[in-house]
Design a protein around this ligand. Structure first.
Ligand SMILES: NC(=O)c1ccc[n+]([C@@H]2O[C@H](COP(=O)([O-])OP(=O)(O)OC[C@H]3O[C@@H](n4cnc5c(N)ncnc54)[C@H](O)[C@@H]3O)[C@@H](O)[C@H]2O)c1
Length: 312
């Protein structure tokens, strides 16, 4: 058993990770300011979690949260490409300065390892698929630029201070507790909620943009592996299913699983969005023994079940 910190633990991925850490007997502390996450996500865990309420932009709050833990899973961030297009400043402060605060506090407290949630958005519109870590990043959204800066700080802190850091580039994660209702809601919970309610979904652009949609349990497992694998130190690794699905096909699959007709309109393309994204997960397999074990359709089924249960 060890004591661990999950920043952003009241959010979608953070709360799923906290649940897995509790299941294996860890003492879990969460740092969150509840801006996009919720207390309900922590209550849903049904177990004791120590909460440090605070902002990642405050070194003092981050330092308090980091004290005495063995591993930091740094999930806290202001996500969403559209949010960063509307307001590049606030997400960049949280995602870059917040990560620096985590790294500095971890250095100052002699924390064993930091696992950082990076993003496939660092690649931008790179031509060669599948995307592997040896391709030069070319982010096009402010969010992608900030995530790239943050992951480079992780690598830098490994080199200059000997800190054990690992950055995981998540690709379009979905699953239980992902918020379906915010202005910046991700496509899967939004489609499930709308199709189930008999509403009309809006597909951005022609809907042929394709993503590597990744079920959250796979991402959680990658974090657990990355916290311990010796070879992972100082590395940046893709974490994804290693496949790709268009938004049009996704909507059809969700309709079929819900047994509902899909009524849709097309909206404008999202600025900053990437057209095609599909990960090569060979490095994660070799370095941390990662295998995506829950497939897209099974993941969608589990997500639908949980979202509909939440709604009742
Ligand atoms: N969901 C995805 O598809 C995806 C893809 C790639 C990377 N990521 C990364 O994974 C991580 C988790 O994302 P998520 O989808 O669970 O998002 P989320 O919004 O559900 O969770 C983020 C959490 O961070 C907290 N937070 C935000 N700003 C904060 C601040 N200033 N101080 C303290 N806490 C703050 C929020 O309250 C929330 O609980 C993020 O770093 C995100 O960038 C997510």
């Amino acid at each position: 058993m060890s004591r661990v910190l999950v920043t952003g633990g009241a959010g979608f991925i953070g709360s799923n990770l906290a649940e897995a850490l509790l299941d294996r007997g860890d003492d879990v502390r969460v740092l969150d300011n509840f801006s996009t996450g919720s207390r309900a996500n922590l209550v849903a865990l049904g177990r004791d979690v120590e909460v440090v309420e605070g902002d990642l932009r405050s070194y003092e709050r981050v330092h308090t949260a980091v004290r005495g833990v063995e591993v930091v899973f740094h999930q806290g961030a202001l996500g969403s490409v559209p949010r960063s297009v509307q307001d590049p400043l606030t997400p960049t402060a949280v995602n870059v300065e917040g990560t620096l605060n985590v790294l500095l506090a971890a250095r100052d407290e002699g924390i064993r390892r930091i696992v950082f949630a990076s993003s496939s958005s660092v690649y931008g519109n790179v031509g060669r698929m599948p995307l592997s870590e040896d391709q030069a990043p070319n982010p096009i959204s402010p969010y992608g630029v900030a995530k790239l800066a943050a992951e480079r700080f992780c690598v830098s802190f490994h080199h200059v201070y000997g800190l054990e850091t690992v950055a995981l580039r998540y690709f379009n994660v979905f699953g239980p507790r992902q918020d379906p209702s915010s202005q910046y809601a991700a496509v899967i919970p939004r489609f499930i909620r709308t199709i189930d309610g008999g509403g009309t979904i809006t597909i951005d652009g022609d809907g042929e943009q394709s993503k590597d949609f990744t079920y959250v349990e796979n991402v959680v497992r990658a974090n657990l592996l990355a916290a311990d694998a010796a070879a992972a130190v100082g590395r940046v690794l893709n974490v994804a299913m290693g496949g790709t699905e268009s938004v049009n096909a996704l909507a059809e699959t969700i309709g079929r699983l819900l047994d509902k007709e899909v009524v849709h309109v097309h909206g404008p393309e999202r600025p900053g969005d990437v057209r095609l994204s599909c990960a090569d997960v060979t490095a994660a397999r070799d370095v941390i023994g990662f295998e995506p074990t829950v497939g897209l359709e099974e993941g969608l089924r589990l997500t639908i079940e949980s979202l509909l249960e939440e709604a009742t």
